[in-house]
Ligand binder design. Sequence first.
Ligand SMILES: Cc1cc2nc3c(=O)[nH]c(=O)nc-3n(C[C@H](O)[C@H](O)[C@H](O)COP(=O)(O)OP(=O)(O)OC[C@H]3O[C@@H](n4cnc5c(N)ncnc54)[C@H](O)[C@@H]3O)c2cc1C
Length: 379
Amino acid sequence: MDFRLTDEQQLLRRTVREFADIEIRPHVRDWDETQHFPIELVPKLAELGLLGIQWPEEYGGAGMSALDYCICIEELARVDPSVALSVAAHNGLSSAHLAMFGSEEQKRAFLMPLARGEKIGAWGLTEATSGSDAAGLRTTATRSGECWVLNGSKHFTTHGRVGDLFVVMAVTDRSAGTKGISAFIVERGTPGMTPGKKEDKLGMRASDTSEVVFDNCSVPVDRLIGAEGQGFVNALQVLDAGRIGIAALSVGLAQGAYEAALAYARERTAFGQTIDRFQAIQWKLADNATRIEAARLMTYRAAVLKDRGERMTLESAMAKLYASEIAVQAADDCVQIHGGYGFVKDYPAEKFFRDVKLTTIGEGTSEIQRLVIARHLLS
Ligand SMILES: Cc1cc2nc3c(=O)[nH]c(=O)nc-3n(C[C@H](O)[C@H](O)[C@H](O)COP(=O)(O)OP(=O)(O)OC[C@H]3O[C@@H](n4cnc5c(N)ncnc54)[C@H](O)[C@@H]3O)c2cc1C
């Protein structure tokens, strides 16, 4: 057990941190206020390899490890959690589904442009009436000759409006339950597929979240990913790994909030001294620094298990649950330490406070993580 990052990983952290500070930080407030998805950032993210972090170089990826992936997502989230969310969804959902279960031809045709950042990925599991109960989805795919015809709609799809390549889960055999759901690749512009309502969100506002509608949307049979009926089982495996990304996002967000609170506490004076002299403030800072470190270690452990090819459903659920909940606390304490200034947009505190809530909801709520963990404990 070696807790040190390698020299390369330390360099990676410094590189992504510098990138986020220079290319993202100056725009954070504007992108948030205008709900602007920063499409102009995509080539720069691609240049650093951040849109194909874990995929082999032969598929256009950067060939990095799951632990490296955590470092990248953390450093983006420290500055702008919504950029980190988009990068995590692109890498950890749509691209991951193709990398894990796509055929060789599908990887070359669809994973490669995603990994190179030439196309933006989206992944549609959630529907209006099925989120946690994802197997209750209603979108159907019906075989018709050499095509599958999709009908239905997806809710809360990250990149639903800006995405180029969609991985969509749909029912192919209603009688087979979770074994009757399959995954399909749908390209933007396919007749019958239209982006629906863009959500006006509390936080993560620079990350596009939209509805996607399928109305007799016909895709060739070779767009089926993996075996027919395996789509839901595969989606759960994608989520196992994806949760490590959301845990890393939570750690990075908490780190950003903690650092903002620390900097403010050192400057702000009350009763003739800076507020970092008050024990009440010091304890908040100490508790947050400790919790963030614990969450980081849990997240890295899940990532290392993934890198070793071991099962990590339990560890990724634990890391996601803990990291997201301590991040909520860190963002809350950040606002509290800022006092009234934590309530206004001149400081980053209120944005962390709004953004953080997604981490206990997306890719499985805290309740669902507890359910997954309990199932393992009781099995
Ligand atoms: C910004 C954003 C981006 C997203 N991106 C994507 C995406 O790219 N692709 C995608 O497919 N989805 C995406 N989602 C959807 C997200 O995964 C779901 O919102 C989430 O899984 C919760 O589902 P729900 O919203 O339907 O809530 P529900 O499932 O309706 O849950 C409501 C409440 O009931 C609780 N609950 C439900 N079932 C149980 C249970 N069995 N035991 C205890 N409590 C329970 C939940 O924990 C929650 O507190 C995104 C959501 C957001 C907000």
